[in-house]
Write a protein that binds this ligand. Structure first.
Ligand SMILES: [Zn+2]
Length: 335
């Protein structure tokens, strides 16, 4: 399984020039590729294969007067940018054909100089960890890293991110063997309260991102999903529209709205007396179990998507503007 580790890095003023240039070049390559595909499609309804596309928008482009500056930056970062685009298209097509569950994903969007967050990714060939703790990035330099914890194994990729506040981070993807815990016979449903009114993933790229993430629930959920994946456990997330506090956990009847001060209620259909929160937890658990049966790979499918695939910004796609239907009332089997 893959895990992502992020650390603050501290490029000096001089060391920021090269990443800035690489951000720009990776963006140009990312944006040139769809234009080339469109031209090929218009000309003869063909699609340029990945290798040929890389040759056209990187190797050949460098030889043209308009794009000579592409040669000044790491080719590895440029190729990663194209791979991101490829992945974004794959996600888009999987989404429109129904092979991908969850939110509908739109076509990859062009990257803009004005994006508040810029990133470049280096494959194993494009970076090295120095013995002195510094991070070497191809055609950039050795950058100081604030190591807050050790990496469990050598990383397979490094992404340099500049956030809207101008801070720089290095994100490493490492592959580790999960440490499976023995099977557990218990499961639990949890209502994360006010979170049901927030669509975390939908807000993640907006100005509210910071306050949303500061709310710590997003972090809590990520950590929980990461820990579950490492231990071979399943975390299910049920629809945020699930009327968990109105549904009878015994007979399944939706009994109508219950104002927050109503702590206990009696089901109008089967007559069961319910504690509000306990009943909601049971409803969430049942929904989570049903969701799990439907999950790709069947009921035994462990874990969650790898964290390094989780961010829309890394995927380079954007959700269509519509209500978010995956959400925030998690049904969480016991770890
Ligand atoms: Zn009932």
């Amino acid at each position: 399984m893959h895990l992502r580790y992020a650390f603050r890095i501290e490029p000096t003023a001089g060391q920021r020039i090269a990443p800035a240039r690489t951000f720009g070049c990776a963006r140009v390559v990312y944006n040139d590729a769809p234009a080339a595909q469109k031209a090929a499609w218009t000309a003869d309804r063909s699609r340029i294969a990945t290798g040929a596309l890389a040759k056209r928008v990187i190797t050949d482009a460098k030889r043209t007067p308009e794009r000579t500056w592409l040669a000044e930056v790491s080719v590895d970062a440029l190729q990663s940018s194209l791979r991101d685009l490829d992945k974004a298209y794959a996600i888009f097509f999987a989404s429109v054909t129904g092979k991908r569950r969850g939110r509908r994903m739109g076509l990859p969007v062009f990257k803009s100089k004005k994006d508040r967050r810029q990133s470049i990714r280096f494959s194993r060939n494009g970076f090295r960890l120095r013995d002195n703790g510094r991070l070497y990035l191809a055609k950039i330099v050795d950058v100081r890293v604030r190591w807050s914890r050790p990496l469990p194994v050598a990383p397979s990729s490094a992404t340099v991110v500049r956030d809207p506040a101008g801070r720089y981070f290095a994100r490493f993807v490492v592959e580790i063997e999960p440490e499976m815990l023995p099977p557990a016979g218990t499961e639990v449903g949890i209502d994360l309260g006010y979170l049901e009114d927030l669509a975390l993933s939908g807000l993640a790229r907006t100005r509210l991102a910071k306050s949303v993430h500061d709310a710590a629930w997003g972090m809590f959920r990520r950590l929980l999903e990461e820990k579950a994946a490492r231990a071979g456990r399943h975390v299910g997330v049920v629809s945020r529209w699930l009327p968990s506090s109105q549904t009878c956990s015994v007979c399944g009847v939706v009994d109508g709205k219950k104002p927050l001060h109503v702590r206990t209620w009696r089901c109008g259909a089967c007559g069961t007396e319910h504690d509000r929160d306990l009943n909601a937890s049971r409803v969430i658990l049942t929904a989570g179990q049903a969701e799990r049966q439907n999950a790709p790979g069947g009921p035994v499918s462990p874990g969650v998507e790898i964290p390094c695939q989780a961010r829309p910004a890394e995927r380079g796609t954007h959700p269509k503007a519509q209500p978010v239907t995956t959400g925030s009332l998690p049904g969480i089997p016991a770890l």
